[in-house]
Ligand binder design. Structure first.
Ligand SMILES: Cc1cc2nc3c(=O)[nH]c(=O)nc-3n(C[C@H](O)[C@H](O)[C@H](O)COP(=O)(O)OP(=O)(O)OC[C@H]3O[C@@H](n4cnc5c(N)ncnc54)[C@H](O)[C@@H]3O)c2cc1C
Length: 747
């Protein structure tokens, strides 16, 4: 093999691809038997029914066919459908289910993203009812959507979620609703009857949905603002499912442009309503419900792209190794045994695909876990507001303002050593559930959009790399692991539930919350500490990149461009959006490192892993290092572009600048590019060997104060030390790791 392994001696080898024991530790469900069972049964469905459907060409049609309908039965029978429900509604998983949903999406998308979407979309319809519905609504719809138990005489009900409308109405901007609700009948002492008119665009599950949760605005002075409302198939009026969308992707999900014109009782308003001065006041506007729903439902979508990237590893290795088998190569020769793996580039590219997949998965599951933990705190916040009689958005905002100060105080104390802080005050704040809520919320509102944005967006780009590694085969239907379809499908995952612009818009606000930034600073400290004991993970590089990002954000928030206009403003997406992207790189790399360390810490307790553990730990650390370096490079580029890019380039012949060549620079350039010093001199001054600047006025104004940036950037670049060696080691591991004889689902 051509790859130069400089530190091969004494490096533990990766024996096999990581299995369930490894994943359960890294993604923290080793003690959750219920989740492990859910993974196993979902996997059997994915690699059985779903894989057969794809292999049999079910993706070749836009229509929802009887053949595709088998998916729904398979989900019901394997328990996938009821994972979402609480045990009292017929489900079998206690407590929050964000990790459960992410694992299910991961397993299904390992084979096909459309199948995963079909399962997620039923839950997307139920989610508004689950998070904001009345007790009666929850009981009714959850109960109907649970598959019947043996002996029960009923058919299972399925839902669709209808927000997006035909152009030019709702898309990225969810405020411009064309769907309307009016009062058609309101008899004294009885429930008002609403006329609901809504047209949908791209509504998933529409071919078979029995009910639809639709976003509508009031078209009547007797209804306030907007709401989500449940429309049932059997309600009086029109329930036109519409024609199937001619999708290029996700053909194992049903998508149509439906039309509804229905009369429904006002009790179908999600979350209920009150009557104030003869006006129906929905408890929640449509946007209030959407906020809570999407925060959670976007997480499994991020897990889907992670699964695709990781699922590519095994088929690509198999393809590479068998590429030159036959012909002249005989068993035992490098050409026969390694095939394409003799070439460094294919190995390095696969390492990058794998590292990205790990980072995506780590970010998605960390986000899911955070939401699981946060759910209980969120509930106590609602109870507190109710108990204190704090109703209405304004009153709650005021209360939050006071709480924010306490939360910041708590974080400041928490960052200090125990001996140096007011321990009594610290304990008091630590026990405050509302402080905990605000702190948890500040992280949640960053992690959810970050997972959706980075995993699906960047993941789709990297999926293309995986496809390219299979050569022409990659873009055929016969490609093992269905990689071509997964690549195309990834673009839809980056689009639905809000494309990248939606996530970036949220991030640029939530990432500037002081509560988040205070925690971010702690995470920098944490990475430096990890770098001290585990330098091979790239933690040092990541910490430097995190510092650079935070410095740049603060700088941009104050800075003005060459025309004196503020740079970091809502409307200047060219400045704000890239900073959101940069943050996502950092978050993903951070969680990847934390997961690798978790494996190292807890893996030793697992007897099944003991022998393989050193090789796994080494390999995952190398992947972390590769990813951290990639993240640092990306963050460095983005920050440098923004910090310098809004200034005008100085006139070289007049002003000179801090970046003038030194005499040493010119000597070095001259050595490799004879004659260069003449042209360089023409553009720029040369700082004298004694350091004095020929421009007496000093460095040019545009770059004044950038010394800190340059030092931070220089530190970041210096911290790349070892990253390429890590990539070489990981690449070498790919040539030796054992893989099964054949893929475990049909091609
Ligand atoms: C197969 C499929 C299934 C779907 N399933 C459902 C479903 O079940 N229910 C449902 O309600 N919807 C569904 N959708 C709709 C999906 O959520 C929307 O397509 C998506 O939110 C984007 O809306 P849009 O297509 O109108 O894009 P637009 O709003 O037209 O946006 C197009 C692009 O313009 C840019 N852009 C727009 N606004 C801004 C801005 N403010 N700032 C910066 N850039 C901006 C972005 O690059 C964006 O990607 C589905 C879509 C597809 C394709």
């Amino acid at each position: 093999m051509d790859t130069a392994i400089t530190e091969k001696e004494g490096i533990a080898a990766l024996a096999t691809l990581p299995g369930d024991d490894v994943r359960q530790i890294m993604w923290r469900f080793a003690d959750r038997f219920d989740l492990q069972m859910a993974v196993q049964s979902t996997r059997a469905t994915a690699r059985g029914t779903v894989a057969r459907l794809v292999a049999d060409g079910a993706r070749m049609s836009h229509e929802w066919t009887e053949q595709k309908g088998r998916l729904l039965t398979a989900f019901d029978e394997s328990g996938v459908t009821s994972v979402f429900m609480d045990p009292e509604d017929g489900g079998y998983i206690e407590g929050p289910k964000n990790t459960a949903m992410a694992l299910i999406a991961f397993e299904l998308a390992w084979v096909d993203g459309g199948a995963a979407t079909t399962s997620l979309a039923v839950n997307l319809a139920l989610a508004p009812i689950q998070v904001k519905g009345t007790a009666e609504q929850k009981r009714t719809y959850m109960g109907r959507c649970v598959p019947p138990q043996p002996g029960e005489e009923r058919t299972v009900s399925r839902g669709a979620f209808c927000l997006t409308e035909p152009l030019p109405y709702v898309g990225v901007d969810t405020g411009v609703l064309a769907g309307k609700a009016r009062v058609v009948e309101w008899k004294e002492g009885e429930e008002p009857i609403l006329q609901v008119d809504k047209r949908g665009r791209f509504t998933t599950n529409m071919d078979f949905a029995n009910f639809v949760v639709a976003a509508v605005e009031s078209d009547d002075e007797r209804i306030k603002s907007s709401c989500l409302v449940v429309l049932e198939e059997g309600d009086p009026g029109i329930f036109d499912r519409g024609t199937p969308t001619h999708k290029l992707v996700h053909q194992l999900s049903s998508t149509c442009d439906p039309i509804f014109s229905k009369q429904v009782p006002a009790s179908r308003i999600v979350g209920g309503y009150t009557v104030e001065d003869g006006v129906i006041v929905p408890k929640y506007s449509h946007s209030q419900v959407l906020e809570s729903v999407f925060a959670k439902t976007r997480i499994p979508v991020g897990a889907m792209t992670a699964a695709k990237l990781l699922s590519a590893v095994e088929p690509v290795i198999r393809y590479q190794r068998s590429r030159f088998r036959g012909g002249e190569g005989a068993p035992g020769t490098p050409r026969f045994e390694l095939g394409l793996q003799m070439k460094e580039d294919v190995l390095h590219r696969l390492v990058e695909v794998w590292a990205t997949g790990e980072a995506c998965a780590s970010l998605a599951f960390a986000t899911a876990r955070h939401f699981d933990e946060f759910e209980a705190i969120e509930k106590s916040q609602e109870e507190f507001f109710a108990a204190e009689g704090i109703h209405g958005a304004r009153a709650q905002m005021r209360m939050r303002g006071q709480l924010q100060k306490r939360a910041l105080e708590y974080l400041k104390l928490a960052a200090k050593p125990e001996a140096k802080r007011d321990q009594a005050r610290f304990k008091e704040l630590e026990g405050d559930r509302l402080v905990a809520f605000l702190i948890g919320e500040s992280v949640a509102s960053v992690l959810s959009p970050a997972t959706k944005l980075w995993n699906t967006g960047h993941g789709a780009t990297v999926m293309r790399e995986a496809v390219s590694l299979m050569g022409g085969y990659g873009i055929t239907e016969d490609c093992p692991g269905f990689l071509g379809q997964k690549w195309m499908d990834a673009q839809l995952e980056a689009t639905y539930e809000g494309p990248e612009a939606v996530q970036r818009r949220q991030l640029i606000i939530t990432m500037t919350n002081e509560l988040f930034l205070a925690q971010f600073r702690d995470w920098i400290r944490e990475m430096r500490e990890i770098a001290g004991r585990r330098p091979g993970t790239g933690a040092c590089n990541l910490a430097s990149a995190m510092e650079l990002w935070q410095w740049t954000l603060k700088h941009l928030q104050k800075a003005k461009d060459a025309d004196g206009k503020p740079i970091y403003r809502d409307k200047r997406q060219g400045a704000t959006f890239p900073m959101a992207d940069a943050l996502c790189w950092l978050l993903a790399a951070r969680y990847q490192i934390l997961d690798a360390l978790e494996l190292e810490d807890k893996g030793a307790d697992n007897p099944v892993l003991s022998e393989a553990l050193p090789g796994l730990v080494q390999f995952f650390a190398d992947l972390c290092h590769v990813q951290a370096a990639r993240a640092a490079g990306e963050v460095g580029r983005i920050c440098a572009e923004l910090v310098f890019g809004y200034n005008r380039h100085p006139a070289w012949d007049k002003e000179g600048c801090e970046t003038c060549y030194t005499a040493d620079d010119l000597e070095s350039l001259e050595a490799i590019m004879p004659g260069i010093s003449v042209s360089a001199r023409g553009m720029s001054d040369v700082i004298e060997r004694d350091g004095s600047h020929p421009n007496k006025a000093g460095p040019c104004v545009s770059f004044a104060g950038m010394g800190t940036f340059k030092r931070l950037r220089g530190r970041l670049d210096g911290c790349l030390t070892g990253a390429q060696l890590a990539k070489d080691r990981a690449a070498h591991a790919l040539t030796e790791v054992m893989i099964p004889e054949a893929l475990d689902y049909p091609a």
